[in-house]
Ligand binder design. Structure first.
Ligand code: MG
Length: 157
């Protein structure tokens, strides 16, 4: 069996008004994200993990943030593009493991609906999608509530 692993990372700075677009959900928060697209840092990390598994570059290669057509773009399309590349190469998602680093907002109530929404986008059973959330113990930019960072690992089979 041919399997491929990929890892992705992204971080976005809080700016402007909420809600926060996170893992396709609109999470209630006083601030949103500074970003060229809708700023969905969770979907960006997952997209990069899939592109990494395929050795197909990174999200900036496929969707340059200098391109006006992606201004305010829904990040669903980035993930759909990556998963279509995977499918064209004969792969589907074996499992996905995501860690969200956020001092705020509290994400525990959102983990399950986020996993369900991402599973639907990926065409995977929700039992294969893990969403974990933790604080950074008040350290660094996450700890100072300047933004959110996300790490994602995906296995393509
Ligand atoms: Mg990003």
């Amino acid at each position: 069996m041919d399997i491929r692993i990929g890892q992705g990372y992204d971080s976005h700075r809080f700016a402007g008004e909420g809600p926060l677009r996170l893992g396709t959900l609109d999470v209630d928060y006083p601030q949103g994200f500074a970003a060229h697209s809708d700023g969905d840092v969770v979907l960006h990390a997952i997209t990069d993990a899939i592109l990494g598994a395929l050795a197909a570059g990174d999200i900036g290669d496929h969707f340059p943030d200098t391109d006006p057509q992606f201004k305010g773009a829904s990040s669903d399309q980035f993930l759909r593009h990556a998963i279509s590349l995977a499918a064209a190469a004969g792969y589907h998602v074996g499992n996905l493991d995501v860690t969200i680093l956020a001092e705020a907002p509290k994400l525990s109530p959102h983990k399950k609906p986020m996993a369900e929404a991402i599973a639907a986008l990926l065409g995977a059973d929700v039992s294969r999608i893990s969403i974990k959330a933790k604080t950074n113990e008040t350290m660094g930019f996450v700890g100072r509530r300047e933004g959110i960072a996300v790490m994602a690992t995906v296995l393509l089979v």
